[in-house]
Design a binder for this molecule. Structure first.
Ligand SMILES: NC(=O)c1ccc[n+]([C@@H]2O[C@H](COP(=O)([O-])OP(=O)(O)OC[C@H]3O[C@@H](n4cnc5c(N)ncnc54)[C@H](O)[C@@H]3O)[C@@H](O)[C@H]2O)c1
Length: 437
């Protein structure tokens, strides 16, 4: 199939690089977003998100005249949907049970509805948003067929998950293997022809529901493996073992690769996507559900470790070091650090947080201090929550000069026990029931 004009709905971390890459490969691209700030920012050649290289790419796409930024879709040869698929939060009033989460598909539904008036015979529609199994078939087809056209017979429809790593999106968009799941073979082939315009990785063709499952399986696999690492940390703590040492030894087995435990699982993918399986098949997704619960309870386990270190939390001054959901990024979405800080404050502790990758972090209920010195100066306990490289490189002797604190709680194994203890700190490490703790 040949493409001249495409329409990309949703201009965030996924849609904007995708739209711009197609535009710089010669297609006429209409980029659509419902957020007027996003639209006006982009129309002015500015960016509302940060991703290395993206500014240059978007500006080149706009300058070429191939990328237009609009609030409404237009008729096109292909439509790509890249809108958010979070779960409902307690604020939505849909659901207030912490133990169970439901997918919020409102953005996918309204983006699909917006395409209906512009759908033509021979058009291709692609859903990229991470979605519960059968979304393409059960949610998109009935909406798109309101056009009077029949899926398969009159228009092509695919699911194609996005698997890029934030920070590397522009390279991975082109180099990663791309999965195209059509509702029938001609749809898959049309999807393959579209992405072949810029994808250099392998293009793997399958059906739509398999492609949806592949994406969810990838992130669920990570979540379950982190859950077992977190559970090993709790077991090691009980049995007087150092989990970091034990994992290091176990991983010398040629077929074992245990991940690192930590303060919980955050981000907008791994902590969200497994719920789509749990919601779709609660009777079957038992291990997946339990893994989610283990990881969601990990912040609470960290609180018990801080209590062990200092006794009652009320009145203590804690320097919370790291707010991001993983090392060496500035992304604070769904970060377990925020939950830990709220729980400490609810118990009466005073918390100052420091995030080196986002010194001006603005999170509800979190006092973020722009410098390490500021966060440390009046604290009596240091709590490491993210394994940032620059935390690993801290010199404990210099840290000791910046703070009256002599207690360190390390949930991410950034502190070398011998060095920190030699500098006068008492160290409490997640997953370590050994030695002086
Ligand atoms: N960001 C990632 O690294 C990543 C990786 C893999 C998969 N995904 C998935 O890709 C999807 C998009 O994620 P993202 O990170 O790009 O989200 P995002 O929040 O960065 O951007 C989504 C954009 O869609 C817009 N939008 C919402 N409803 C719309 C509508 N009806 N019509 C047009 N625009 C609309 C929003 O205003 C926003 O600008 C999600 O399902 C996500 O899970 C993201």
């Amino acid at each position: 199939m040949n493409f001249t004009k495409i329409c990309v709905l949703g201009l965030g971390y996924i849609g904007l690089p995708t739209a711009s890459t197609f535009a710089t490969h010669g297609l006429h691209v209409v980029g659509v977003d419902i957020n007027p700030n996003v639209v006006s920012t982009l129309q002015n050649g500015e960016l509302h998100i940060y991703e290395p290289g993206l500014r240059t790419l978007v500006q080149a796409a706009l300058k070429s005249g191939n990328l237009e930024i609009c609030t409404q879709p237009e008729p096109a040869d292909a439509f790509i949907i890249a809108v958010p698929t979070p779960f409902f939060s307690d604020r939505d009033g849909i659901h207030d049970d912490e133990a169970y989460r439901l997918a919020d598909m409102r953005a996918v539904t309204s983006a699909t509805e917006a395409i209906v008036p512009h759908l033509r015979k021979g058009s291709l529609v692609i859903l990229e948003s991470t979605s519960p199994p059968r979304t393409t078939v059960d949610l998109l087809i009935p909406i798109l067929e309101k056009s009077g056209l029949k899926a398969g017979a009159d228009f092509h429809l695919c699911y194609s998950p996005e698997r890029v790593l934030p920070g590397q999106i522009l390279r991975e968009l082109i180099e990663n293997a791309r999965v195209i799941g059509g509702i029938d073979r001609p749809s898959s082939e049309a999807g393959r022809d579209l992405y072949a315009i810029f994808v250099r990785g392998e293009i793997v063709i399958t059906d739509a529901t398999t492609a949806e499952m592949v994406k969810l399986m990838e992130n669920t696999y990570r979540d379950v493996n982190i859950a077992i690492a977190n559970e090993f940390a709790r077991l090691a703590d009980r049995f007087g073992v150092d989990v970091w040492e034990a994992i290091g030894i176990a991983n010398r087995h040629p077929r074992v690769k245990i991940l690192r435990p930590g303060p919980g699982v955050g981000g907008h993918c791994i902590s969200v996507d497994p719920w789509f399986f749990v919601e779709a098949a609660p009777d079957l997704a038992r291990l997946i559900h339990t893994a989610r619960q283990v990881n969601d309870a990990q912040p609470h386990f960290v609180i018990s470790l801080v209590e062990r270190a200092v006794g009652a939390l009320a009145g203590h001054h804690v320097a919370a070091l790291g707010l991001a959901f993983k090392p060496d990024v500035d992304d604070l979405r769904e970060s377990p650090a925020t939950e830990i800080i709220h729980e400490l404050q609810n118990a009466g502790a005073h918390v100052k947080a420091y995030e080196p990758f986002k010194p001006d972090a603005d999170l509800p209920g979190v006092t973020a201090i722009p410098t390490l010195e500021g966060a440390l100066s009046e604290s009596d306990v240091l709590l490491f929550l993210v394994g940032h490289t620059n935390f690993k490189q801290l010199d404990p002797v210099k840290v000791a000069a910046l703070t009256p604190a002599r207690i360190v709680v390390d949930t991410v194994s950034v502190c070398d026990p011998a060095a920190w203890e030699a500098a006068g700190f008492r160290l409490f490490r997640l997953g370590v029931g050994k030695s002086n703790q």
